[in-house]
Design a binder for this molecule. Structure first.
Ligand SMILES: [Zn+2]
Length: 312
C-alpha cells in the first residue's frame, strides 16, 4: 500500500459529508510508530493467538477514483491475512461449521454512493471478496429530496440507482441502512420504525427480487441506538446486523450486534494496520458494551411519539 496518501481528516461517525475532524495528533503519531516498528503487525497476529477464531468487519464510505489504487492495495493486504466472508460463511461461522485457518473479514460500504458501485466490484472480485453494501433506500427512491441533497456531493457521490443496485446484487450483498439515513434512538415511534426499517426492507426486496437479511445502523454514538428499533430490526427479519464500533465477532456472539472497524479506502497502510492491531477495539470496548446493553433491553414499550430527524 502506498504511504503517500496521508489523510488529514477522519470521521467521528458514518456520515460522508459531516462531522469530519482532524485525527488527534497523538493517535497519528502512535499509529505511525506502531506501524514503523512492526508492533501493529504483532498486535494483529496476537489476536489470532489470543482471540481464537474470529471475524472482523470493516466499514468504509467513499471510493473515489483517486483512492481506487490505494483500496486495491488494501484489499490485496486483506486477502493475504484474512479469509473472505459472505453471508453463508458468516452463518457457518456462527454455527461452528466454518473453520478457516485465518481470521475472517467482511468488507462493507455504507450509504450507497455511485462510486462504490463503479470501482469496488472489480477490486473486491479480483481478490476474492464479496462486498456488503448498506443502502439508505430513500437515497435511491427520492434522489432529489432535501434529506438526500444534504448528503450528496455530485458525480461519484450521487446515490446509486436501482439499476446500479440490481447489477451489484448479482455478486454482492445488499443490506438496509434505514430509509432516510436516520438514527433510531430510544423513544423512536412505531410509525418511524415501520417506515425506516420494515417498509424500506420491503422496497429493497421488491426492486431486487431477493430477501434482504442484513442491516447497518446509522452512525455510532450511543444516542443513535434504541431498544425499540433493535426489537423491530429483529422482528423484521434482519439476521446480520452491524454496528459502528470497533471489535471482532467471536463464535457464539450475536449476529444482531456485529462490530465494525472504520477503515476508509483512502487510508494509508500505517493507519490500516493501526485499526487492525486491537488497540481501537480496546479503546472502544466500554462504549460497545453500553450500546450492546441498550440493544439487549427487551419488552420496551414503543411510544407513539415521533422522533425528530436531525436531517429534517
Ligand atoms: Zn451511513
Amino acid at each position: 500500500m502506498p504511504d503517500s496518501t496521508r489523510p488529514s481528516t477522519t470521521r467521528s461517525d458514518d456520515s460522508p459529508d459531516i462531522h469530519y475532524r482532524p485525527l488527534p495528533p497523538l493517535k497519528l503519531a502512535l499509529a505511525r510508530t506502531l506501524h514503523a516498528t512492526g508492533l501493529s503487525a504483532v498486535g494483529r497476529r496476537m489476536q489470532r493467538l489470543f482471540k481464537g477464531p474470529h471475524i472482523r468487519v470493516i466499514n468504509c464510505h467513499e471510493l473515489l477514483p483517486s483512492a481506487a489504487h490505494n483500496f486495491d492495495e488494501q484489499v490485496r493486504f486483506y486477502a493475504q491475512h484474512y479469509a473472505p466472508v459472505g453471508p453463508q460463511e458468516l452463518d457457518d461461522f456462527h454455527a461452528g461449521r466454518w473453520n478457516a485457518k485465518r481470521p475472517g473479514l467482511i468488507i462493507t460500504f455504507d450509504d450507497g454512493w455511485q462510486c462504490q458501485a463503479r470501482y469496488a466490484p472489480p477490486i473486491l472480485e479480483r481478490h476474492g471478496f464479496v462486498g456488503w453494501f448498506f443502502i439508505p433506500v430513500g437515497f435511491v427512491e427520492e434522489p432529489h429530496a432535501r434529506f438526500v441533497r444534504q448528503h450528496m456531493r455530485g458525480g461519484d457521490l450521487n446515490p446509486m440507482t436501482w439499476d446500479d443496485l440490481r447489477r451489484l446484487s448479482r455478486k454482492h450483498v445488499i443490506g438496509g441502512h434505514t430509509y432516510s439515513h436516520l438514527e433510531l434512538p430510544a423513544g423512536t415511534s412505531q410509525a418511524v420504525l415501520q417506515h425506516e426499517l420494515v417498509d424500506s426492507k420491503r422496497r429493497l426486496e421488491s426492486e431486487l427480487d431477493r430477501e434482504i437479511t442484513s442491516f447497518a445502523w446509522v452512525r455510532g454514538r450511543e444516542c443513535d441506538y434504541g431498544p425499540e428499533a433493535s426489537q423491530v430490526i429483529a422482528r423484521a427479519g434482519y439476521r446480520h446486523v452491524f454496528l459502528t464500533t470497533s471489535g471482532v465477532l467471536h463464535r457464539g456472539d450475536s449476529l444482531l450486534k456485529i462490530p465494525r472497524t472504520n477503515i476508509e479506502a483512502r487510508y494509508p497502510p500505517w493507519l490500516v494496520t493501526y485499526a487492525l492491531n486491537g488497540i481501537p477495539d480496546l479503546l472502544g470496548r466500554s462504549r460497545r458494551r453500553r450500546i450492546e446493553h441498550i440493544l439487549d433491553q427487551r419488552d420496551v414499550p414503543i411510544f407513539p411519539r415521533s422522533t425528530q430527524s436531525p436531517l429534517a
